[in-house]
Design a protein around this ligand. Structure first.
Ligand code: COA
Length: 276
């Protein structure tokens, strides 16, 4: 795929990090149908790209993402059912299906405004690091619309119910510090430290065994919807799958270093990958 031909998204790969930037800064990175189509292609391309060990999703300019493009995604498609259907499929596919099941760790680096529909990709990412100065808002109520397109679902699943109801029904904006306090994001830092902190977190993740990370994220996401018995059985099966799929033999390496070589204690850090 030729990333240079993308008009609404920018992709850069450096030091194991795939930087994916929503790139409509003049429109505060509001999501148009074309942006959705491009993001589907980008995420499919990067999923098995070996140079990408961690994916960071961010926005160009002052905004992370101002939600759906009110003109291009809603009004312009009101009387075009076929295009509306295709745009909705792509919108769901990248923001939820592809992103939440992305086979590597994902970090939302929230540099600015995060409104409405942007909450879906925010929750689909494994981590979110926000600028203290970023502004968040469930503004749908002020548009006379529902927090739909999965927003209503991700907020009640991911936030305390009282917070979800309060912000969905008042539309009141809040900053990155408040977002961190209510655990909407993993942490918030001053804007000037945002990129450095994101790189630090990405580098920590990039050092870990990729198959182990992949299995952990898949398991944690799915067990939430399971009964205890289903989860116990599923986790056992996942554990076995991981041992089968891990071509580094991480479990064996760690055990050898701990039990035989006495060179490693998990309480103090990481086992030496590839040291056997
Ligand atoms: N859809 C379409 N266009 C949008 C947009 C959206 N969701 N958000 C911003 N834009 C456009 C504006 O219309 C404006 O376009 P113009 O230059 O052609 O007039 C441009 O982006 C800049 O927006 P502006 O409002 O001037 O920037 P700002 O920095 O003062 O404010 C926001 C930024 C995000 C706070 C403000 O644009 C806003 O409230 N946007 C709507 C956010 C929202 O409710 N999204 C949820 C939709 S369900």
């Amino acid at each position: 795929m030729n990333f240079d031909q993308l008009k609404n998204v920018k992709v850069e790969i450096a030091d194991g990090i795939g930087w994916v930037t929503l790139n409509r800064p003049d429109k505060r990175n509001a999501m148009s149908p074309d942006l959705h189509f491009e993001m589907v292609d980008v995420l499919k391309e990067l999923a098995e790209e070996p140079a990408v060990r961690v994916l960071v999703l961010t926005g160009a300019g002052e905004s992370w993402c101002a939600g759906q493009d009110i003109g291009l995604f809603f009004r312009a498609l009101d009387d075009k059912p076929r295009q509306r259907h295709l745009a909705r499929l792509a919108n769901h596919e990248w923001r939820w299906t592809l992103l939440s099941s992305f086979p590597k760790p994902t970090i939302a680096m929230v540099n600015g405004h995060c409104y409405g529909g942007a909450f879906v990709q925010l929750f689909a990412c494994d981590f979110a690091v926000a600028a203290d100065e970023a502004q968040f808002g469930l503004s749908e109520v002020n548009w006379g619309i529902l927090p739909g397109g999965l927003v209503g679902k991700v907020i009640v699943d991911g936030l305390a119910y009282r917070d979800a109801v309060y912000y969905a029904m008042t539309g009141e904006p809040f900053d990155g510090k408040a977002a961190a306090q209510m655990r909407l994001v993993t942490e918030s830092v001053p804007l000037e430290r945002l990129r450095a902190r994101t790189v630090e977190l990405a580098s920590t993740l990039a050092r870990k065994n990729p198959q182990t990370l992949r299995t952990i994220k898949e398991s944690l996401r799915l067990v939430r919807g399971m009964s205890v018995d289903q989860a116990a059985d599923y986790l056992l099966a996942k554990e076995r799958e991981m041992r089968f799929m891990d071509n580094e033999g991480g479990r064996e390496q760690a055990m050898t270093q701990f039990l035989d070589d006495k060179t490693y204690r998990p309480g103090y850090g990481e086992y030496q990958r590839g040291a056997q």
